[in-house]
Design a binder for this molecule. Structure first.
Ligand SMILES: [Zn+2]
Length: 284
């Protein structure tokens, strides 16, 4: 099974009225003001999966600066999950600065089939109060625990070139959250901003026992040696293939894994779907 653990889809209203959403939502504008940042609907995603030979995709929402826009986005993602015979695993987003409402929205979405919350991002979406060590972070942890959800965090590198969206949660913040919330299933996107390196420290490896790292946007960030090096750092079972579609092509990101140096066939199979199938308990 080939499983892409990191894609995004939007309601068709956002594609149709993009300028309106850009004007209304600073988080959306910070990433999508440039017309080069592509948007996709559920239909686009399924077409891309068919072209790339991908069986299942995790479809994440966008962390809007507004509870109503989060809920509308969640409706589109949940609908895509319900309509596509298990090929789309929906993740929902919540407005974090009203923790009680965020918890209730997570409950609503879990009851409608959401498998996780994400992609959760700090900064623009929540302002400086939105850290993981806050009532917002506690509400996410409670929702994940109570409704059996995986949390997917957008994590940025503390060093390196700048780009739109580099402002993620920091590796230290995600590690501290994992330490406070042992046993919760976490996905630290974009190779966790470099956190896998520190998994060489035994106490950190232990704290990250239920944290996975996805490979979303690898080709914009790292040399392709990262696949062999990253799996060696954390153990191959902790790495999930993710494309960041529609920012990047699923077909090309899949080929990147297939052509990456230094991976055994078994490691490639685990990366491209085996690990995610276990995380999401598919085929049980
Ligand atoms: Zn991201």
């Amino acid at each position: 099974m080939i499983l892409d653990a990191h894609t995004h889809l939007f309601p068709s209203a956002v594609l149709d009225r993009r300028a309106e959403f850009l004007a209304a939502d600073p988080a959306f504008a910070s990433l999508y003001a440039t017309p080069r940042a592509r948007l996709a609907t559920a239909g686009d995603l399924i077409g891309s999966m068919d072209e790339a030979g991908i069986d299942v995709s995790v479809a994440m929402g966008f962390a809007w600066c507004d509870a109503g826009r989060c809920a509308s986005g969640n409706d589109a993602t949940l609908d895509a999950g319900a309509r596509n015979g298990g090929r789309i695993l929906p993740f929902a987003t919540v407005w974090p600065l009203d923790p009680d409402a965020a918890y209730r929205e997570a409950q609503r979405c879990a009851a409608a089939g959401a498998r996780g919350l994400g992609e959760l991002r700090p900064g623009v979406a929540g302002g400086p109060q939105y850290t993981l060590a806050s009532p917002a972070g506690d509400a996410l942890a409670a929702a994940a625990r109570d409704f059996d959800l995986t949390l997917a965090f957008h994590v940025g590198e503390p060093v390196g070139h700048s780009y739109a969206g580099k402002e993620g949660f920091t590796p230290a913040e995600v590690l501290a959250f994992a330490e406070r919330n042992r046993g919760l299933r976490l996905i630290a996107a974009h190779w966790g901003g470099g956190l896998p390196f520190y998994a060489l420290m035994p106490e950190i490896h232990e704290a990250l026992a239920t944290t996975w790292f996805d490979t979303a946007a690898t080709s914009l960030l790292y040399r392709d040696d990262i696949f062999a090096l990253g799996t060696a750092l954390t153990g191959v079972e902790h790495i999930l293939f993710g494309s960041d579609y529609p920012l990047l092509s699923q077909r090309r990101q899949r080929r990147l894994v297939e052509g990456a140096p230094g991976l055994t066939p078994e490691t490639r199979i685990a990366l491209l779907g085996g690990n995610a199938a276990r995380l999401f308990r598919l085929g049980e």
